[in-house]
Design a protein around this ligand. Structure first.
Ligand code: SF4
Ligand code: SF4
Length: 505
């Protein structure tokens, strides 16, 4: 059931996510499939031996990924295992609420500007935009509406809208246009080309590169930076505006492809720049004055080097493709990646079937496995009472022609049972004195006895006593005898409810 339940949980998780990506990149998928196939051949999954209740479980190969809990539970008392499992479950359940950061304000649609083109609806990675019939009488069929609860405040819809119809309260389009103009106006000139960078705050370690006093790159006063929550928020028209405001070049920096913090921002922006998604970058814009970097914050230093190269290229009027080259994986890195992925493979190899000693194979085991119902606390014979009532009813019916059966006496019978008390001696040693409560809410079911005793192989005398009624220091059932055990053998003692005697299985 565990994989089935996990599958259901995964399915619920996936249907609640819009545009989910569940497959790894092709190369990683191929390497993983190869590793799994090699593992399957050299270490096939095999069943354990058939269950045999007469055999002591000693050393068995355990799949530690799924069954680790059994050795853990064996080493602690039952109550502690319940406490531990409950604590872990509660902690894991509430952690997402504990670490949830404060959400920025959601996007808002400026209804008067919206033409109902649906581009924001197409682009929102969180399905937070809903298109609905127009309500204000404007000559468009639809209008966009933001479902605030779903909005992750990525700003991608700002970049999607060609009509300035999305307001992003934390950073409005007007703010950004002003920021671009101010940044360009603030550059004092110099030998190096003036460059404006529009940088997604997740793709770069901003503290490492920006001088907070000037918002220029440290050591490069001619390179100013403005930040956005996601590269997908960038409108191609902002690039044009920057160039028209005096920038000799514009660069954009976002997360690595397939690793966008907001899932699709970098992909949508790239599509806009190559003209495959609205709004597009106009054809008359000189692409040699634009550079795009998709990278991770871990490679912030590389970005500084790239900016220097960009400045040199502008100075030397060097034409270069503005989009980053598709990353080609070098043989050395491929080999390193394969070796790195072999580490979890080696762990799978070992821990999917690593031996664990549940008990010493030189021991034998005596089990007490009994299901027995204690006597009623208040003796009450329902059949007898019912027969008496039935008799009374039929007599009354004969005499008066009408009668009513009274079963309240039956209902008043308490069904509670005494606990079952056990004592057991192995040799001269008293190994068990314990009372077992009746099961059920009303304590009216059977008592269950399940005890295990490790023994050294050989002959052992046994004395078992059981009381199932009131505690008057006497016992209702007794077993006296001996057993012969071999190493690795399990012997079970049960109680026959019909013959009312103990027996050895
Ligand atoms: S992209 Fe802009 S104009 Fe188009 S539906 Fe969305 S808000 Fe309205
Ligand atoms: S800000 Fe992001 S999540 Fe919110 S509506 Fe716009 S695109 Fe969707």
């Amino acid at each position: 059931m565990v994989p089935v339940l996990l599958f259901i949980a995964l399915w619920i998780h996936v249907v609640r996510i819009s545009k989910p990506v569940i497959n790894p990149p092709k190369l990683i998928a191929i390497i993983i499939v190869c590793i799994i196939m090699v593992l399957a051949v050299i270490k096939p999954a095999a069943s354990l031996q058939p269950a045999n209740t007469n055999k002591l479980i000693s050393i068995i190969g355990l799949d530690w990924f799924y069954l680790f809990i059994y050795p853990v539970l064996k080493g602690m008392p039952a109550w502690l295992s319940w406490v531990m499992m409950s604590a872990v479950t509660i902690t894991v359940t509430i952690v997402p609420w504990l670490i949830r950061s404060k959400k920025p304000a959601p996007a808002e649609i400026i209804k008067d500007e919206c033409t109902g083109c649906s581009q924001c609806f197409e682009d929102c990675p969180y399905e937070a935009i809903h298109m609905m019939p127009r309500t204000d009488g404007k000559p468009y069929d639809m209008e966009a509406f933001v479902i605030s609860k779903r909005c992750a405040s990525c700003g991608i819809c700002v970049g999607s809208c060609s009509f300035n119809a999305v307001n992003f309260p934390d950073k409005t389009e007007k703010n950004i246009i002003e920021e671009i103009k101010n940044a360009m106006a603030g550059i004092k000139g110099g030998k190096e080309p003036d460059i404006l960078g529009i940088v997604c705050s997740y793709s770069t370690d901003l503290c490492e590169i920006i001088d907070p006093a000037t918002s220029a790159v440290k050591g490069m006063p001619n390179v100013k930076i403005i930040t956005v929550p996601c590269a997908g928020m960038i409108q191609p028209s902002w690039i044009e505006l920057s160039l028209n405001s005096g920038a000799n070049g514009v660069f954009i920096c976002g997360c690595q492809m397939s690793d966008c913090h907001y899932r699709l921002g970098n992909k949508w922006l790239e599509d806009r720049l190559i003209g495959e998604r609205l709004p597009i970058l106009r054809q008359n814009i000189d692409r040699s004055l634009i550079r795009i970097y998709w990278q991770s914050a871990l490679r912030t230093k590389d970005l500084l080097a790239e900016i220097k190269i960009f400045q040199e290229d502008i100075k030397n009027k060097k034409q270069k493709d503005y989009l980053p080259e598709k990353t080609r994986i070098k043989k050395g890195r491929l080999a390193l990646a394969s070796i790195t992925m072999s580490i979890p493979a080696a762990l799978v190899f070992y821990f999917s079937n690593a031996n664990y000693m549940f008990s010493n194979p030189n021991d034998s085991l005596l089990k007490l496995g009994i299901k027995h119902a204690g006597k009623r606390v208040v003796e009450c014979d329902e059949f007898k009472l019912l027969a008496e009532e039935a008799k009374k009813y039929s007599e009354e019916l004969k005499q008066t022609g009408m009668a009513q059966m009274d079963v309240t006496r039956l209902g008043n019978c308490s069904r509670e049972r005494h606990p079952v008390y056990m004592e057991m001696y192995i040799g001269n040693e008293k190994r068990l004195t314990k009372s077992y409560k009746s099961s059920g809410w009303k304590r009216d079911g059977s008592s269950f006895v399940y005890e295990k005793f490790l023994l050294k192989p050989g002959r052992h005398s046994l004395l078992i006593k059981m009381r199932d009624g009131e505690n008057d220091n006497s016992f209702n059932y007794t077993f006296e005898g001996s057993i012969e055990t071999r190493a690795g053998q399990t012997i079970t003692i049960d109680f026959d409810e019909h013959e009312k005697r103990f027996f050895i299985k």
